[in-house]
Design a protein around this ligand. Structure first.
Ligand code: UD1
Length: 434
């Protein structure tokens, strides 16, 4: 298992490039299931979840080509024949977003067998709303041996109101409805830019979708979809993480290749904390020259403050004067990073789904453990300003969603390196030694 070794104290200076959004790339890859023609996706990030999705699709019989060299961010997927419409437990347990294949498989193949995801470090994360929605579209669903089995001759359009806003749930049903017979109206949908990006791709494939990016989406079902080429939107969470890195380290960082309009609420909150940023075109420049002051956040569905930026924000306000209240409203157990930040010197008290961070406290390097994707990002941020050399274990979590983060950060002056696990020397049996 790889670790990061980070020596804090360097201001980040220069230009850092944002990759394509993992959370837009995953549903886009699943959308390829809906057609027997090739789907070409550009700006695909090189992260582990993409490789897991490649394996998932390949195991079904899809041809998936991940580009090399100059084409390294392109993937071509052709689901000409899907011999095995299944998502195994082995793959689903590595990546919960595997449930995104459920809707497309039933719509295209008339059947699907997808493992239930089980528990997760940040909360229960059930997929009951995906299942309920598919039933409304006419699928018959059974559950056995930890798997969901869904079948339908052809899905039928329906009106579906989500009980709770769900991002992948919206995407799953959106994909399923494209091939349904008749019109579907989805209400109380997630409004994330990744949902709108998926709808853009689906419309290029011949789908008839209106309203994606708002809470009501209308889909007129078509009988078949065709191949298409699509460029994935930039990763707003990676961009936000880099902006915080620039601010925390007192740097001057140009975060390029992002879409500042997807970061409006995050940048507004950072301004309240005293972080100076300037957006122009596809870049955000952050100048970390002022003192930071406390500010509260409440995580919410888009366009609110993203839960995926909560851990990084917490690292930031450990360096702000005063008390900041961080309220997590989306997941029930998303404060695992807090205890690790405390071990580095932060003053954080957790009360239910609220954390109170009192700053400013100096951070000192420690050996810490990454517990999930965004928690690992917050530990990297804290380490960049900590006194001494921090060792972050289990960085495979960060590799799920951040493309070569250590290389990107090193490029702007951070002292960070990756080390592989050093195994203890094999013990020699006493008898042999004698
Ligand atoms: C997506 C993102 C993830 C982000 C999250 C919230 C992807 C691949 N992942 O995850 O990075 O943190 O949105 O912005 O896009 N829920 C149910 N039943 C369901 C589905 C969800 O109760 O069937 C609950 C969840 O437990 C959670 C809330 O709804 O409390 C929101 O979850 P959801 O939006 O579905 O998250 P994901 O789509 O899994």
């Amino acid at each position: 298992m790889d670790k990061f070794v980070i020596r804090g104290g360097n201001p980040l200076l220069g230009t850092i490039r944002v990759s394509g959004a993992k959370n837009a790339a995953l549903p886009a890859m699943a959308a390829a299931i809906l057609t027997d023609e090739p789907i070409i996706l550009e700006n695909i990030p090189q992260v582990r979840d993409i490789e897991t999705t490649r394996k998932l699709l390949a195991a079904m019989g899809a041809e998936v080509e991940l580009g090399y060299g100059r084409a390294q961010h392109r993937t071509t997927i052709c689901c000409r024949s899907l011999t095995s419409p299944e998502a195994s437990y082995e793959l689903v347990k590595q990546m919960r977003a595997s449930s995104l294949v459920l809707g497309p498989l039933v719509a295209r193949c008339g059947r699907a067998r997808v493992s239930l995801p089980g528990g997760c470090a940040i909360g229960a994360r059930p997929i009951d709303l995906h299942v309920k929605g598919l039933e409304r579209l006419g699928a018959t669903i059974t559950q056995e041996h930890g798997y969901i089995e869904a079948s339908a001759d052809r899905l039928r359009g329906a009106e579906i109101v989500f009980d709770k806003i769900t991002v992948t749930g919206t995407e799953d049903l959106l994909m399923a409805a494209t091939l349904a017979d008749g019109e579907t109206m989805l209400q109380n949908c997630a409004r994330e830019p990744e949902v709108a990006d998926l709808a853009d791709l689906l419309n290029k494939m011949g789908a008839r979708i209106e309203g994606a990016g708002t809470s009501t989406i209308r889909i007129k079902g078509v009988s078949r979809l065709r191949g298409a080429k699509h460029r994935i939107i930039p990763d707003r969470i990676e961009a936000g993480t880099f902006v915080i890195a620039g601010a925390l380290t007192g740097g001057d960082l140009n975060v390029v290749g992002c879409d500042p309009s997807h970061l409006t609420v995050v940048l507004q909150k950072l301004a309240e904390v005293g972080v100076r940023t300037a957006s122009a075109g596809d870049s955000v420049r952050v100048i970390g020259d002022g003192a930071l002051k406390s500010a509260d956040i409440d995580t919410e569905e888009y366009p609110g403050f993203p839960t995926d930026m909560q851990a990084q924000y917490m690292a930031l306000v450990t360096q702000a004067d005063g008390a900041s209240m961080v309220t997590e409203n989306i997941f029930e157990n998303r404060f695992m990073h807090a205890q690790e930040l405390v071990r580095m010197g932060a003053n954080i008290k957790i009360e239910g789904h609220r954390a109170i961070v009192k700053g400013k406290t100096p951070l000192s390097a420690a050996a810490v453990l990454a517990s999930d994707l965004r928690a690992s990002a917050s530990l990297v941020l804290a380490a960049l300003v900590a006194d001494g050399e921090t060792i972050i274990d289990r960085v495979y979590h960060i590799d799920r969603g951040y493309e070569h983060i250590e290389e990107k950060l090193r490029g702007v002056g951070a002292q960070i390196r990756r080390i592989g696990e050093i195994f203890p020397k094999k013990a020699v049996p006493t008898a042999v030694r004698a």
